[in-house]
Design a protein around this ligand. Structure first.
Ligand SMILES: [Zn+2]
Length: 180
């Protein structure tokens, strides 16, 4: 079986001089399921979570849980923890990706550099649900008339039932990967 290797960067803070050290951890997965692992996004990275969903990453976001609970969920669901908390990212009992930057574009770059592209279809930006293809006939009953007249491709979130179509809701990205 063919394998590829991806590298995660985990921050460890040197408490004596405040320097940050990066430790590389590698893991392997079969090429047939090669895609970014599901993510658990920590507090203060909500905007990043929304962007990552639109790029196709499975990115759950929680901002209200203590560290131990985040770790429990990450392990239970097999999610990579993405956090701005250096101490949390450095813990040995969880796979984590540390995000140092406050700049969204740089945060996305860190994720893509560490994990590669998602290869997954866009997900609901609001709740991380899967977007399922919606026929024009169904969509016509649910979207504004102008949208129904001008669009041909629609997706509906399987969790919150929001409806998406290309180029809207997130006009600066204009990226639509469909839901097939
Ligand atoms: Zn949704």
């Amino acid at each position: 079986m063919i394998y590829f290797v991806s590298t995660l960067l985990v921050d460890v803070t040197n408490s004596t001089d405040g320097q940050i050290t990066y430790i590389e951890r590698s893991y392997q997965m079969p090429e047939s399921v090669a895609k970014a692992p599901p993510l658990l996004i920590d507090a203060m990275l909500g905007t990043l979570a929304r962007r990552l969903r639109w790029l196709g990453y499975d990115a759950e976001y929680r901002s209200d849980l203590p560290d131990d609970e985040m770790i429990r969920i990450a392990k239970e669901q097999g999610r990579l923890l993405v956090t701005r908390d250096r101490e949390l990212a450095g813990r040995r009992d969880v796979r984590a990706l540390f995000i140092a930057s406050l700049v969204l574009a740089e945060q996305i770059q860190v994720v893509e550099d560490a994990l590669g592209p998602s290869f997954g279809p866009a997900r609901c930006m609001v709740c991380n649900g899967c977007l399922l293809a919606l026929s024009i006939e169904e969509a016509t009953l649910l979207v504004p008339p102008y949208v129904a007249r001008t669009q041909t491709e629609f997706g509906r979130c399987d969790r919150c039932h929001r409806i998406y179509w290309p180029g809207t809701h997130w006009p600066d990205l204009m990226k639509w990967k469909g839901s097939q």
